[in-house]
Design a protein around this ligand. Structure first.
Ligand SMILES: Nc1nc2c(ncn2[C@@H]2O[C@H](COP(=O)(O)OP(=O)(O)OP(=O)(O)O)[C@@H](O)[C@H]2O)c(=O)[nH]1
Ligand SMILES: [Mg+2]
Length: 333
């Protein structure tokens, strides 16, 4: 997957390269594999609808219903169907499929994805180092694992990374990050369990600045978006970061478990309010039949999906590719 970051970056910097076709094919195959479960789920029903010969009232109803059941979201599904219906007067199912495909891709691309690793800064590390990523999300979403994968991706770009163990709440959370740190040969800044997460973030930034690190990735404790005190605590961590290193955090990455369905929308909304989420990392895309939630998040909240987690290994992360994702979802084979 690391080469996917390279391709993503290079396309932005220099335009398509000579071996682009082959690499694009690899990206597409990877997505085919990752969204296999999503295709087996509700959204897989789209293929059946588009194989129908008649575009009648039932067709439109079934289309809207399938989108809603596929977690695209009620408002987004209704709007899409209405728009496509207007555009497609007299057209057949396969043309409608093309219109939906374009609508899905443009919905995902509208909140500009930017350069994957550098948080939308046009593909380059333009900020004063270190580049700081605050990683937030509900319990078990995949935050710590995604941090390890991202650290690996930055290291592949020859960037130095410091990890901040600001999940001081869950038992063994610090050790979990330290284990990744050892594997990655990346320093982990940690305090005792139960200590103030803001203080850990502060120390990690101090270490990052004094050691000239390129990137500081801050792990935080999982919390439900409904737990007001814990959400407020996250706001405090953010403010510590802002104060210590003006311009930071450059990215507030909300890790969403792709299997969480519609609840992810409320997660995105509440975490955004508390911490100013700038992008989503969609973890566990490999294990879900509910990938449709990405459309609702992008359309209704305007938050870009920056990364997709596609497994438990270090290399199992990719810059989110809207076209490859949608085409994999709608493809016939
Ligand atoms: N299949 C798959 N599993 C994943 C992915 N990302 C994370 N996981 C697994 O999900 C589980 C939880 O991951 P963590 O990274 O510990 O999640 P977390 O959000 O840090 O959890 P807390 O710190 O407890 O809130 C682990 O078993 C991971 O291996 C992914 O992209 N695909
Ligand atoms: Mg964790």
């Amino acid at each position: 997957m690391v080469k996917l970051f390279r391709r993503f970056q290079r396309d932005r910097d220099q335009g398509p390269s000579s071996d682009e076709a082959k690499e694009t094919e690899e990206v597409r195959e990877e997505y085919q594999r990752s969204v296999a479960n999503t295709r087996r789920g509700q959204l897989g029903g789209l293929r059946r609808i588009f194989s129908r010969s008649q575009v009648d009232e039932d067709f439109w109803e079934e289309l809207e219903e399938t989108l809603i059941l596929g977690d695209v979201g009620g408002a987004t599904s209704a709007r899409w169907v209405e728009e496509i219906r207007e555009e497609s007067a007299g057209k057949g199912a396969s043309e409608i499929r093309g219109l939906l495909r374009d609508r899905m891709v443009s919905g995902l691309e509208r909140p500009s994805a930017g350069g994957a690793l550098w948080g939308g800064h046009n593909g380059a590390q333009t900020t004063t180092a270190p580049h700081v990523v605050l990683v937030v999300g509900v319990n078990g979403a995949g935050k710590t694992t995604s941090i390890a994968k991202l650290a690996h991706a930055y290291q592949e770009e020859d960037k130095s990374v410091i990890l901040a163990a600001a999940d001081t709440f869950r038992a063994a959370a610090i050790e979990q990050l330290q284990t990744w740190g050892e594997r990655l040969n990346a320093p982990v800044i940690a305090h005792q369990q139960g200590s103030d997460p803001g203080a850990v973030a502060y120390d990690a930034l101090e270490a990052g600045i004094s050691r000239g690190a390129d990137v500081v990735l801050i792990d935080t404790a999982g919390r439900l978006q409904t737990q007001r005190n814990l959400m407020a605590e996250l706001g405090k961590v953010r403010r510590v970061v802002e104060t210590k290193h003006p311009g930071a955090p450059h990215e507030v990455l909300l890790v969403i478990d792709a299997t969480s369905g519609q609840n992810a929308l409320s997660q995105a909304r509440q975490f955004s309010q508390a911490t100013g989420v700038t992008a989503v990392c969609l973890a566990k895309l490999d294990g879900t039949s509910k990938g449709g939630i990405v459309f609702a998040i992008a359309e209704e909240l305007g938050i870009p999906v920056r990364f997709a987690g596609t497994g438990e290994q270090l290399g199992d992360i990719a810059p989110f590719d809207a076209e490859a994702f949608v085409d994999a979802l709608l493809s016939d084979d």
